[in-house]
Ligand binder design. Structure first.
Ligand code: NAD
Ligand code: UD1
Length: 337
């Protein structure tokens, strides 16, 4: 049995689908703080399997303890549950430290207490800040975090390092995601941004469907080919697959050290304007946008060197930016039905 925390969220739900399709038995923990029970139906419709689900808040230490007392057959854990809005983390840092750090600590306490060892952790390319060299390898130095959210990912990685040192039987892989986008091609699950989206793709799809008047392109004088910032946008289906191979690596004891880090991206950078124009082209519509001031804290360019994941995990992204933008649009249309 594989425990997936935050398994009803954006990346978690797609990973649960991939796990079920591979024949894994899955139990999801989610407190529905950023998801809904409808996602469980979507997963069931896609796979024909209803995963076990425990509505539980990982900040509730006794409840986490009870969960592990009750489930004695957990072979691996994929830990997605966290809060992820950068702006909100600046306004409410303590919520972020509690939800992102506290929950990881409780989880690790229970895993080590029960002799469980295989953890996949959701980290982020945000740990690199503006890297001096592109594409970014795992060797790039970790830079001072620009937000409490970013700091929680750095602290989490440090907690994992200390944990593997103290518990030699414990093994973990931290996947540093670049920019996950898209949705399941069935349009049965996707991203569910609450309120005004902070991320580019949901803002584009909501503008295209008429929920938002205009997309603001944050900055046009970056040192990039067209002046807009560059990111590595990866289809959530490819990202989900990376979790499957990372988990299999731990389960088969193929890991080369007890804590490994992998960049998970496509290796290709796209500018904001390139993304907008690709979206317009592939979906045959126009997006209303204007150039606006830079967003504080944004880096100029970030894209992954994925050599390590390619060679060690035997994983590489398969789907294109266009695939992701098509699927994101179908999902937005489905939400509007
Ligand atoms: P998401 O908000 O869609 O999913 C997180 C899920 O965890 C939600 O379903 C939420 O209800 C649940 N959750 C949150 N706190 C919980 C708690 N205390 N107890 C139980 N459940 C809880 O986010 P996502 O985009 O799927 O991100 C998943 C992970 O990947 C997070 O750790 C995030 O920081 C990380 N990450 C995301 C991105 C991105 O762009 N989406 C990029 C890098 C890293
Ligand atoms: C952001 C977070 C990062 C987090 C990631 C996933 C910041 C500074 N970084 O990454 O820590 O891991 O989300 O949740 O918030 N853009 C616009 N207009 C918009 C929205 C975005 O032009 O309305 C631009 C941004 O300036 C950026 C690009 O689009 O250049 C991508 O933005 P976004 O989707 O928010 O991701 P990141 O900023 O890369």
């Amino acid at each position: 049995m594989i425990l997936v925390t935050g398994g009803l969220g954006f990346i978690g739900s797609h990973t649960v689908v991939a796990l079920l399709e591979q024949g894994y038995e899955v139990v999801i923990i989610d407190n529905l703080s950023n998801s809904s029970l409808a996602v469980l139906d979507g997963i069931t419709k896609i796979t024909g399997v209803k995963p076990h689900f425990e509505q539980l808040d990982l900040r509730n230490k006794p409840a986490v303890h009870y969960f592990f007392e009750k489930h004695k057959n957990i072979e691996g854990v994929i830990h997605f549950a966290a809060s992820k809005a950068v702006g909100e983390s600046v306004k409410n840092p303590l919520l972020y430290y509690e939800n992102n750090i506290g929950t990881l600590v409780y989880l690790l306490q229970e895993m080590t207490r029960h002799g469980l060892s295989n953890l996949i952790f959701s980290s982020s390319c945000t740990v690199y800040g503006q890297a001096a060299t592109l594409p970014i390898t795992e060797e790039a130095p970790i830079q001072k975090a620009l937000s409490p959210y970013g700091n929680t990912k750095q602290i989490s990685e440090a907690i994992l390092k200390d944990t593997v040192n103290a518990y030699p039987a414990f093994k973990a892989i931290a996947l540093r995601y670049f920019n996950p986008i898209g949705a399941h091609p069935s349009a049965l699950i996707g991203e569910l941004p609450r309120g005004t989206p902070q991320n580019l793709i949901p803002y584009i799809t909501q503008t295209a469907i008429g929920k938002r008047e205009e997309l603001a392109v944050f900055g046009s004088d970056y040192d990039t080919s067209d002046g807009t910032a560059v990111r590595d946008y990866i289809h959530v289906i490819d990202l989900a697959e990376a979790h499957i191979v990372a988990l299999a690596r731990l389960l088969a004891a193929k890991n080369k050290s007890n804590l490994e880090f992998f960049n998970i991206g496509t290796g290709t950078g796209s500018s904001v304007l390139e993304v907008i124009h690709a979206f317009e082209r592939v979906n045959k519509l126009k997006v209303n946008y204007k150039i606006a001031p830079k967003r504080p804290g944004d880096v100029t360019a970030a894209y992954a060197d994925t050599t390590l994941a390619n060679n060690e995990l035997g994983w590489q992204s398969r789907l294109s930016l266009e695939d992701a933008l098509r699927d994101a649009w179908h999902w937005e249309q489905k939400l509007a039905e």
